[in-house]
Write a protein that binds this ligand. Structure first.
Ligand SMILES: NC(=O)C1=CN([C@@H]2O[C@H](COP(=O)(O)OP(=O)(O)OC[C@H]3O[C@@H](n4cnc5c(N)ncnc54)[C@H](OP(=O)(O)O)[C@@H]3O)[C@@H](O)[C@H]2O)C=CC1
Ligand SMILES: CC(C)CCC[C@@H](C)[C@H]1CC[C@H]2C3=C(CC[C@]12C)[C@@]1(C)CCC(=O)C[C@@H]1CC3
Length: 334
């Protein structure tokens, strides 16, 4: 039977590399690239079809950072497919990243140097902003839009896979400020929230046949990392990064390598997976790719609280959306 796989943020980087790998794995697959920019989505589709000429590649217009777009895209998905085998929640942003060079050089000569290269702990901040739905943009894109999509598609779903990060950190997240309005680590906070949400979804939904997993792709050269340092600089220091890879196998560097754990999960039986583990894409000093589970720093009670708070926010957002739609209908009639 033809399997249906939807991937958000599939037009570039790790998402696009995953598409390539999945089509190589199963040429009968029906892949749906869920992207905000249809021109980029068309280009990605064309690239995939050059190497897999008979592949079934559909496109879906989806801006996960917009409530209206998520609701419309979900309607479209329900009309097109009667089952979704895998939903990869991969789209993500890190706006206005700032590298703290002082902290970086201090870190270089500390005992935490390997940890710093693996997680970027203490050296990276971001500047977030409100979006047109009145939500913090990073929270809305990396977490809440995906949550709303899951809620809309729930009866069709069986497997969820989140692209999280080694940068996800408990201390960057606060339940009192789950959107991270106050701090400057919105990325870290949103990724920690996605780890917690995955655990909560497993607790709430495994009995109904829905399974969620989390992966970390490692440090990968993509548009996201080119926002931190320019691409020519990364190219220049590539030999240094190959060297660092000997000490931390988290420097996967290419989107193909970064997609290792995403691909690996596609081949696993969901019952055999650990809901408390993050599955890491790793690349050894010699360039061998593998997947390794590592326990997440999460407790179940807190993840359930986050789940309830997201349900509350969902109610609020839906109410606001239907009021806006009603207002629009009234002014259209006038
Ligand atoms: N690169 C790295 O080192 C790491 C990346 N990650 C995570 O991997 C995931 C993929 O990122 P990566 O491949 O690196 O970076 P890219 O920037 O190449 O890919 C991000 C994708 O998400 C899409 N996207 C962003 N915002 C939205 C939105 N509002 N609606 C729909 N799609 C959107 C982008 O679309 P568009 O082209 O239109 O911008 C793009 O296709 C992210 O979740 C990121 O946080 C995690 C750890 C490390
Ligand atoms: C000599 C060079 C390797 C120096 C590079 C320093 C930093 C720019 C990088 C060190 C650790 C990196 C890292 C990320 C971005 C670039 C670094 C801060 C991420 C935050 C990118 C996005 C993620 O989700 C996790 C990455 C962790 C490691």
């Amino acid at each position: 039977m033809e399997r249906v796989v939807i991937i958000t943020g599939a037009n570039s980087g790790i998402g696009l590399a995953l598409c390539e790998r999945l089509l190589t794995e199963d040429s009968q697959l029906r892949l749906c690239l869920a992207c905000r920019n249809m021109q980029r989505a068309e280009a990605a589709r064309a690239a995939l079809l050059t190497s897999h000429s008979n592949a079934h590649v559909d496109l879906l217009q989806l801006d996960v950072g917009s409530v209206q777009s998520v609701l419309s895209a979900a309607q479209e998905v329900k009309a097109r497919y009667n089952r979704i085998d895998f939903l990869y929640l991969n789209a993500g942003i890190m706006p206005n990243p700032q590298l703290d060079l002082n902290a970086f050089f201090k870190g270089l000569f500390s005992r935490n140097v390997v940890r710093m290269f693996a997680t970027a702990e203490g050296i990276l901040t971001q500047q977030d902003r409100l979006n047109s739905d009145g939500l913090q943009e990073v929270f809305a894109t990396n977490l809440f839009g995906h949550f709303l999509l899951i809620r809309e598609l729930e009866p069709l779903l069986s497997r969820l896979v989140w692209t999280s990060s080694s940068n996800a950190r408990r201390s960057a997240f606060s339940m009192e400020d789950m959107q991270h309005r106050e701090g400057r680590e919105s990325y870290s906070s949103s990724k920690y929230a996605s780890d917690m949400l995955s655990l909560a979804l497993n607790r709430q939904k495994n009995s109904q046949g829905l399974f969620s997993s989390v992966i970390c792709p490692g440090l990968v050269m993509t548009n996201l990392t080119y926002g931190i340092l320019p691409s020519f600089f990364w190219t220049l220091i590539m030999p240094v990064m190959w060297l660092i890879r000997i000490f931390t196998n988290t420097f996967t560097l290419t989107p193909h390598n970064g997609a290792e754990a995403l691909h690996w999960l596609f081949l696993q039986n969901p019952e055999s997976l650990d809901p408390r583990a993050k599955y890491h894409s790793l690349t050894s000093g010699l360039g061998t790719n593998y997947t390794q589970p590592r326990q997440m720093d999460i407790d179940e009670g807190t993840s359930d609280v986050l789940y309830s708070k997201l349900l509350e926010l969902e109610k609020e957002v839906r109410r606001k959306q239907s009021e806006e739609n009603a207002d629009e209908e009234i002014s259209a009639v006038k």
